[in-house]
Design a protein around this ligand. Structure first.
Ligand code: 13P
Length: 251
């Protein structure tokens, strides 16, 4: 399984920030490796980012509509993401679930649309602090996983990102044991549901990933990569994590 290092810029970035994409791209060219590197950017930056990435670095979107072209003011569909040059999309991020009231069913419909348009998907799940403290983390994540994937064979290049809400942007991290427990649960559920087709599905961890903790996270059982928010905004910070992943895949 190739390691995936994915960035999520969220609602950050004007055109001037595309220089960071250029810098990340140059670093990948200078250090070829078996690590897959993706940066998901706001829709306004996709075309420019794809140009700056020169086919070396993958560029993705941060959401797409479940619908096809139609009267949906402000929405962007999966075909539009592909048309702009994106190869991937993040779906069901907790910020969209919370701020845009996206239910598991809505997320599943979006995933189906993305799979139909051959976009690699990163489907996010994760529990709140209250859910974890009540001992419900595994159940919440298992239920979200089951209901956020559509009833069809998984699209190529599908990833599941476990992002506990209390770890996003807080600097607070689950222990490696906690990460391994949830990821093991996710892996078992995927195997049960999709049998052999589950094998290529990558499972990522996200939430306060930085160069300082990336080595330990990437060495945790069942972790196939990471989804990075804040530390993906500057090439220097992001490259440091890619560098750690390179060492992992070489070793
Ligand atoms: P931070 O890395 O900033 O905690 O964000 C994680 C995240 O939400 C990535 O999707």
């Amino acid at each position: 399984m190739r390691t995936l290092i994915a960035g999520n810029w969220k609602m950050h970035g004007l055109q001037a920030r595309l220089g960071e994409i250029g810098a990340i791209t140059r670093s990948i060219v200078a250090h070829p490796s078996a690590v897959d590197v993706l940066v998901c950017v706001p829709a306004t930056l996709i075309t420019g980012a794809v140009q700056a990435a020169g086919g070396v670095l993958q560029i993705g979107g941060e959401d797409c509509s479940a619908a096809e072209a139609g009267p949906f003011t402000g929405d962007i569909d999966a075909a539009m993401l592909r048309d702009a040059g994106a190869t991937s999309v993040i779906l069901g991020h907790s910020e969209r679930r919370q701020n845009h009231h996206e239910t598991d069913a809505i997320v599943a419909a979006k995933v189906a649309a993305a799979w139909q348009h051959d976009l690699a998907t990163i489907v996010c799940i994760g529990e709140t602090e209250a859910q974890r403290s009540k001992g419900n983390a595994l159940k919440v994540c298992g239920d979200q996983l089951a209901a956020s994937l559509p009833d069809m064979p998984p699209g190529a290049r599908t990833s599941i990102a476990y992002e506990p809400l209390w770890a996003i942007g807080t600097g607070t991290m689950p222990t490696r044991e906690q990460i391994a427990e949830v990821l093991g649960h996710v892996r078992a559920a995927l195997d049960l549901r999709f049998a052999n087709a589950a094998q290529p599905i990558r499972i990522l961890y996200g939430g306060s990933v930085k160069a300082e903790n990336a080595r330990a996270i990437l060495a945790t059982p069942d972790v196939d990569g990471v989804l990075i928010g804040g530390a993906s905004l500057r090439a220097e910070d992001f490259d440091a994590i890619v560098e750690i992943a390179r060492g992992r895949s070489a070793g």
